[in-house]
Design a protein around this ligand. Sequence first.
Ligand code: NAD
Length: 367
Amino acid sequence: MSASAPTSSSDPGLTGRPMPALRRPLPDPPEARVGIALVGLGAYALNQIAPNLANTQHARLAAVVSGNAEKAQAVARAYGLEDSHVYSYDDFDRIAEDETVDAVYVILPNAFHRAWTERAFAAGKHVLCEKPMAGTVEDCRAMIAAGEAAGKKLMIAYRAQFDPYNRRAIDLVQGGEIGEPRLIMADHHRLLKLDELRDQWRAQKDLASGGSLYDIGIYSVNGARYLLGEEPTEVTATYLERSDREEVSVEEGVEWQMTFPSGARALCSSGYRADQAKRIHVQGASGELTLDPATDYYERNLTVKTEEGTREITIPDSNQFAAMLDEMALAVKEDREPATPGAEGLRDVEIMQAIYRAAETGDAVAV
Ligand code: NAD
């Protein structure tokens, strides 16, 4: 008996109805999704990115690249990848023949971003690269040039720019909700834990390229730029801590100011000696907006205070990882520039380098 057949004369029977109203369009089927290879299977790749690929509409995990074969195979098995889509750093270049891979996502320590981006372009793949884009302005320019020469997309993985809370904050600030924005205060601090592998490379200049500024201060630099929708023209800066720990060859803390053409200023700090600051506050002529935390993975709080009172804004369904991965996939599918291209990563590196110069010299530095 079929499941829908009435079992008695009073049974109304099962029916098939038309498509209900969907909260999101149906996702692409697996074969139409953009295949992404993860290079580096560290904490961020395995805890945030791999699981969130399953929450996307247009992307899928297509391959893994790792220096640890056992780990790579375990991850491949868990995500249903065949052995032929598991690569080591040494045999990565054969990925050129892997038609299931459209794009390579570089999630390695910062100092490897340029070389792996260039390698991926040489293999004919698009590139999504973690922040900070690279160590130097020259590296960033080389990465952009390599993408152009290959005719492939380059996107920097600025997840906060795809976060619905940060997007709402941009709309509110730029829509005049708090009047003309005058002052941004942005602070990002976390403890650098030298007993954890993921922080050991962060402590070393040759692997991390920079200290707390490159690692988390970048969220304040980028956040001030996207909230105001304008570019800073000058920075001043002071080191909070250069580091007195022998194992640490990067700056631990820095505070800096950025001046914008509108007259708005950003007062920012980053550091490795205090924990849990991920805060961006915008003071406007007639109100204020606070994101605290602003750049956490799963918790964001958005508060707006105006003459009419204080309101908390809650946004359901706000997966910034999936939104960021889908932007990469759509840029590939629609053959267009991604919303956060190489130029966006380059700009932050230019500003962060200027911040270091300002902290070294004590002078204001034009950017
Ligand atoms: P991690 O230490 O957990 O992972 C790094 C991976 O690189 C590991 O699998 C490690 O084996 C591999 N690796 C290869 N060669 C290495 C070497 N010589 N030294 C150290 N590791 C080496 O680090 P992570 O936290 O996953 O960070 C990786 C990248 O992702 C960084 O660029 C970081 O800035 C970025 N990241 C971004 C976010 C974000 O929210 N956008 C969050 C965390 C990390």
